[in-house]
Design a protein around this ligand. Structure first.
Ligand SMILES: Nc1ncnc2c1ncn2[C@@H]1O[C@H](COP(=O)(O)OP(=O)(O)OP(=O)(O)O)[C@@H](O)[C@H]1O
Ligand SMILES: [Mg+2]
Length: 148
């Protein structure tokens, strides 16, 4: 376990308008680690994919709660957890495969693949009927002069 230096938790309904809020909020919180623009962009992309999944797939019939937890861990590690109490994923390994989707034509089945490539680590825990928790970590590059 890496010690936690700072954290914030946000709860919001699974409305598509909250996707932009979530990715911007994650970038704002990550800013205190003095990331590069590229690192910030990577985090925003990964958060966008995870939150979009909670909005689109977790609650197909009605709105539900999405929890976004942001943590700064020792050593410049940024951790993002996106949690829902929605339908869950019956086969997580299959869902993580590139191009696998249960969505409509608008979905390409690349969300988990994108999260994996833009972050250093991705963990997906899901229980059908109970919900899904996606945890991602990224270590930001050391900056000259260190982080205050
Ligand atoms: N939070 C979630 N709740 C329920 N099912 C999910 C959740 N996240 C992902 N899934 C399932 O995993 C599949 C793969 O997700 P992934 O993000 O890789 O692709 P996608 O969302 O279908 O397409 P894309 O992200 O490219 O638009 C989804 O089609 C869906 O079946
Ligand atoms: Mg997706």
């Amino acid at each position: 376990m890496i010690p936690i230096q700072n954290q914030v938790t946000l709860l919001f309904p699974s409305k598509s308008s909250n996707e932009a809020f979530a990715r911007t909020a994650a970038a704002c919180f990550a800013a205190q680690l003095d990331p590069t623009l590229e690192e910030l962009g990577d985090v925003k992309t990964a958060v966008s994919e995870a939150v979009t999944n909670a909005i689109v797939h977790a609650y197909p019939k009605e709105l539900g709660v999405v929890t976004l937890r942001l943590r700064i861990l020792e050593g410049g590690v940024f951790e993002v957890t996106v949690k829902d109490k929605g339908v869950g994923i019956p086969d997580v390994a299959k869902a993580r495969e590139p191009l696998y989707t249960t969505g409509d034509d608008a979905r390409s089945g690349m969300g988990f693949t994108i999260m994996e490539s833009f972050m250093d680590a991705l963990r997906v825990r899901s229980v059908p009927g109970k919900g899904t928790t996606v945890t991602m970590r990224k270590r930001f590059s050391p900056r000259p002069g260190g982080r205050g």
